[in-house]
Ligand binder design. Structure first.
Ligand code: PHE
Length: 487
């Protein structure tokens, strides 16, 4: 169709009526119209839309063509039923009988006997000229249509058509650009000479029917990328249950510390106790708690192995960091940058910003001759990559770090400084019993994944983000996470 249209324009420069051209091709105008629209889109042609009034068969006209004209139907009926009554004709043939009777009478094809009132044919043979004329009209032959119009067999209808001329990109042939790179093109090398369809970067794409990522997962992926880019390795964190030993004791957190209370920590009933630490290390931890060492005087209390063996749902991912640092010391120290992003549990009073479980992002840097300035630099860089550039540090207290700092970020929407993390330089009382060399320092920081996610997605209540009350439609429609940075 496209080819026919283009070669017609090569020959005649213009197609004055696309409708007639379609008829000439023996195709429907609709089919031609789609070729016209595709060719004009690429400016191969210029098509002007026009309308015209043209005579066309009415429904009644079409019925005449199908069934024959009523006068012929009546003639044939009378021919086959000589001496029939006028009433009989009408009851048998209905409407057609009524119109056909008077027309056949007018044509003098039939006649009524004056005395008997019976109807008989008056000629041997008739031609269905009306039907023949209508058929000739359909074949576009010259036909006098006035009479047919009067009988409402033909009437004017509005018809759309196009006047078509060559466009600025006209060419006698159009190669449709390929939409896909196929196996064959690669195999034969045809792809080198093939024209491909341009990418449409504005296309919205297909909306996925299922499998939507939760905002926390999207932000987690972004944060993970940032840390991987900064050269951090991910720590294994697939243990929600750990002994108090790794969660607290290894971190030089005394056994009487209030955070180790059931008010703050979830203890496991079954199995209640763990055996996930080695005895010589246990001894060094016990020693540093009870009597100190490494220039520390310790806490001076009776350390209990039973308390250390109590299983808990980890209250922070630092429980895993402590295991990793112990392993690092055991396997021969090498400088390391570790991170993890995973779930932690606290026996909190639930409110708009607190849940009993949340996610922590944690970073740990172990190297020789590093200190607070490095920690501040790394944290600043990490938050800068998350789009947070206004940060402040405030001295704080952690059992396992000294010095410790809370991190504050300026919240551009709330227009105030808000806490965004906690950090510090791990204490020798924690690192030395593990067996880490004296000149090795370890820096760490942690923050919740929920806080940046709520800011990123403008979620005010944590229960709209996590748990049984959140709206699934929100999960389906929320956009991908992209931190706003200057880069
Ligand atoms: N564990 C701390 C918290 O839960 C975060 C932290 C990690 C602090 C490492 C210092 C060093 O808030």
């Amino acid at each position: 169709m496209e080819e026919a249209l283009l070669s017609e324009l090569v020959a005649h420069d213009e197609i004055t009526n696309s409708f007639e051209f379609a008829q000439h091709l023996n195709k429907s105008h609709q089919e031609l119209a789609s070729a016209i629209s595709s060719l004009s889109m690429d400016e191969f042609i210029i098509a002007e839309h026009r309308e015209q009034l043209v005579p066309e068969l009415t429904d009644k006209g079409k019925e005449f063509v199908r069934e024959g004209s009523p006068e012929v139907i009546v003639y044939n009926y009378v021919l086959n039923n000589p001496g029939v009554s006028q009433a009989q004709i009408q009851t048998t043939l209905g409407e057609v009988g009524k119109f056909g009777f008077s027309q056949a009478m007018k044509n003098k094809w039939i006649g009524i006997d004056k005395e008997t009132k019976l109807v008989n044919v008056t000629v041997d043979h008739v031609d269905d000229t009306v039907k023949l004329q209508l058929e000739a009209f359909q074949r576009n032959e010259e036909v006098k249509i006035d009479e047919l119009r009067k009988r409402k067999l033909i009437d004017n209808v509005k018809r759309s058509y196009f006047v078509i001329r060559k466009g600025p990109n006209f060419a006698p042939h159009r190669q449709k650009p390929e939409a896909e790179l196929t196996y064959d093109m690669v195999r034969t090398g045809n792809w080198k000479t093939t024209t491909f369809k341009e990418y449409n970067f504005n296309a919205k794409g297909k909306y996925p029917a299922g499998g939507h990522l939760h905002p926390l997962l999207k932000v987690r992926a972004q944060v993970r990328n940032i840390l991987l880019d900064m050269g951090f390795e991910e720590m294994p964190t697939n243990t929600f249950v750990v002994s108090s030993f790794w969660n607290f004791d290894a971190l030089f957190q005394p056994q009487a510390h209030p955070a180790r209370d059931a008010h703050d920590t979830f203890f496991i009933k079954s199995p209640e106790f763990a055996n996930d630490f080695e005895d010589d290390y246990r001894q060094r931890v016990q020693e540093v708690h009870e009597r100190g060492g490494y220039e520390s005087i310790g806490f001076r209390y009776k350390w209990s192995i039973d308390d250390a063996r109590k299983n808990v749902l980890r209250t922070h991912t630092t429980a895993n960091s402590s295991k990793m640092l112990y392993k690092l010391a055991q396997n021969g120290f090498k400088p390391k940058k570790y991170f993890s992003i995973d779930r932690v549990f606290r026996n909190e009073t639930l409110d708009a910003t607190h849940l009993a479980e949340f996610h922590q992002i944690e970073g740990v840097v172990a190297d020789r001759n590093i200190g607070l300035a490095d920690l501040i630099g790394i944290i600043a860089e990490f938050f800068r990559r998350m789009g947070i550039t206004d940060i402040k540090f405030k001295p704080a207290y952690n059992p396992y770090t000294e010095p410790s700092m809370e991190i504050f970020g300026y919240h551009p929407i709330l227009k105030k400084w808000t806490e965004i993390g906690n950090s510090g330089v791990f204490r020798p009382e924690m690192l030395r019993p593990m067996g880490l060399p004296e000149d090795v320092n370890v820096l760490g920081w942690g923050l919740s994944l929920e806080r940046p996610t709520m800011i990123q997605y403008s979620i005010g209540n944590i229960r709209d983000l996590f748990g049984s009350k959140l709206e699934l439609s929100g999960i389906q429609s929320n956009p991908i996470c992209r931190f706003k940075t200057d880069e």
